[in-house]
Structures are given as C-alpha cells and as structure tokens.
Design a protein around this ligand. Structure first.
Ligand code: UDP
Length: 240
C-alpha cells in the first residue's frame, strides 16, 4: 500500500499529523522542535525528529512481536510513518522504575532510588490545566475511559515496561521512567499510540548514569543531540 500524504490534520509540539487516502490511516511527521515545562521552554534538537521516528518504530515493531497491539503500520521515510488513526485516550500513562523528575520533587526524595516494583500514574492530558495528576476514579468520573479500558491500559503499560526494561538493559541503558499514550481505532480496540523515544523516556547509561534523554535539554546540560544519537546507535546495533 502506498500512503499519500494529504491535508494536515494537526500540529503538536513535536509532530504533525496528515490525512491519507485511507480514512483509517494517518501519517505522523516528527519535528526537531523540542519543548519542556508545558511548552514554556522551546528549542531545537537537530536530528531528533528522524531519531524519534526510527526509534519509536523499531520499539513498536518489537512490542507487537511481544504481544502489545500498537498503531504502527509502516515507516515511510526518515521522519514519517503511517499509523492507524486513533482517538487518543486523554491520559498520559507514566511508569517508573527509578525515582526522578516530578516524582522526586513531589515526594522530596533524591533521584536514582531503584524501586522494588514499578509504579503507574496517570495525568489528564489537558494543556490548559497543565496535565494534572489524576487517579482512575477521577478518570472514570470524567468519562475519559471505561473501567475495562483502564484495566487494559494498565496491563499493556506494565507489559511495555517489562519488555523495554530488559531490552534496553541489553544495550547498556537503565529505563528510569517513561510516558505512554493509548488510542482507540474505529472498532474501539485499544492500541499503544504516540511515541517511545528519548523525548518520552528517561534513559540512563547503566555504567556512568549519564542522562541519554530530554533531560539534557530540560536542564540545559548540553549534548542533547549526541545523547539521542548514542541511544540510536546502540539500538541499531540490534537488528529488526
Ligand atoms: N513525560 C513526557 N511528557 C510529559 C510528561 C512526562 O513524555 O508531558 C515523560 C518524561 O520524559 C519522563 C516521564 O514521562 O520520562 C516522567 O516524567 P515526570 O512525571 O517525572 O515529569 P517531568 O519531570 O518530566 O516534568
């Protein structure tokens, strides 16, 4: 199938979405634009779009093989991928294996505490409200998802974590935390959507604990381009 890029449907902070001739398929196009703190900090990480596109696709193909349904269809070029059109469930699903970021800040603990078991939390995807933390009762009350959908999302999210943690360890990376988004295709089936990249994961080198992710941009550490390239280089050493 050759997917033709038609009108732009949406432009987000890091991606554009285009219609295709197939109403069930859209094309995502990854940008080099980087934002943090709910869009208050803006910049560019050169080459990020291509890396996030290829890394997301690589990981989604592996996750499909591991039994997690995703929106992935076909990589079209460096920056663009055909994916199933979904209605996004307006929840950011965050899994953590090691304390960092807002968890460390919220509970007043240092970064780097390795948890005995992974944690899950949800944020309500709403830029005007600053993506507030939400629990499953509130998500149900707001009709953001059904009880069954929340259970499936939770099951898939922990499944993604189990798979990714082991896979990334194999390339010398500790998976600290990450954010997932899920969507529903036209028949209501839940699939993993959005991206899995150094924009949406905290990735630490297992030896040096060097940050190989967007924290380099968020915290002005420098070397963001090199960090993204390093993750990609390690990932591409593994074939799929
Ligand atoms: N994250 C994300 N998008 C968001 C918020 C968080 O991709 O809008 C990712 C972030 O990169 C990290 C994980 O989710 O890997 C947990 O982020 P946290 O809640 O610690 O928030 P932050 O410190 O990034 O504000």
């Amino acid at each position: 199938m050759v997917y033709e890029k038609q009108n732009q449907l949406y432009e987000g902070k890091a991606k554009k979405v285009y219609a295709t001739q197939d109403p069930e398929v859209v094309i995502v196009s990854y940008k080099d634009d980087a934002t943090a703190f709910n869009g208050q900090k803006k910049g560019t990480i050169t080459g990020k779009g291509a890396i996030n596109n290829r890394m997301t696709n690589n990981l989604m193909r592996r996750l499909e093989q591991a039994g997690i349904p995703t929106h992935y269809i076909q990589e079209l070029n460096d920056r663009e991928t055909a994916v199933k059109r979904v209605n996004i469930v307006p929840l950011e699903v965050i899994i953590r294996n090691i304390s960092a970021g807002s968890f460390a800040k919220r509970y007043g603990v240092e970064e780097g505490i390795v948890f005995d078991a992974p944690t899950i939390e949800f944020s309500y995807k709403n830029d005007d409200l600053g993506d507030p933390l939400i629990n499953d009762y509130h998500a149900l009350a707001l009709k953001l998802a059904t009880r069954e959908e929340l259970e499936t999302i939770q099951k898939y999210a922990f499944g993604v974590n189990t798979f990714l943690k082991i896979f990334l360890k194999g390339i010398g990376i500790d998976l600290v935390d990450f954010k997932l988004e899920f969507g529903k295709i036209s028949d209501g089936t839940l699939v993993l959507a959005d991206e899995i990249s150094p924009d949406t994961c905290r990735l630490w080198d297992e030896q040096t604990h060097e940050k190989l992710d967007k924290d380099r941009f968020r915290r002005d550490l420098g070397g963001a381009e090199e960090a993204y390239e390093e993750v990609m280089r390690r990932l591409m050493g593994e074939t799929l």
